[in-house]
Design a protein around this ligand. Sequence first.
Ligand SMILES: C[S@@+](CC[C@H](N)C(=O)[O-])C[C@H]1O[C@@H](n2cnc3c(N)ncnc32)[C@H](O)[C@@H]1O
Length: 148
Amino acid sequence: MADKRRFELFAKLVERRLPGAKRLFDVAGGMGKLNAALTAHGLDVLTFDRRWKRAEVNYAERLFTLEEPCTCDAIVGMHPDGATRIIVEYAAKHGRPFAIVPCCSDNGMSYKPWMRHLAELGSSLSLDVIEDALPMEGRARVLIGTPR
Ligand SMILES: C[S@@+](CC[C@H](N)C(=O)[O-])C[C@H]1O[C@@H](n2cnc3c(N)ncnc32)[C@H](O)[C@@H]1O
C-alpha cells in the first residue's frame, strides 16, 4: 500500500528542488491529490489523467503525450507508471525541469533497473539528473532532471 503522506512530502520536495517553477504539469495525477497538495503550497497546477472521480482541481481529462503544448515551468509525476518515460522526454523536448517519483515501469523492468534506465534516459537527452528521496517507506526515490 502506497504511503498516503506521499503527496504532501513530494509537494515539499518540489518546492525545495524546483524553486523557480510556479506553473506545473502534474502528469498521471490520478485523483488530483498531488495537485491539491501543490496548490496548497501556492503553485499553479494542471493535472493530466482520466479519472472522473477526483478532487476539485485544474484537470485535463486526457492522456499526456509529447504533443501537449508546453505552458508549464516544470513537470512532476507521482507514480506515473506508463507516463514516466514521457515526462522525461517531454522535459528534454521543452527544456524544462522535471521531478518524478517512479513506481512501475512501462515495460516489465524491475524497480532498480527502471530507476537507472530513467536517469540514463534523462542524461542522454541533455538533462542533469540527480536523485533524492521522500522520508517514507516504499517507493520513495525521486529523480530530478534539469536542462543542461
Ligand atoms: C499508479 S497510478 C498513480 C496515480 C497518482 N499519481 C497517485 O500517486 O495516486 C498511475 C496513473 O497513471 C495514469 N497514466 C498512465 N499513463 C498516462 C498518460 N500518458 N497520461 C496521463 N495519465 C497517465 C493512469 O491513468 C493512472 O491514474
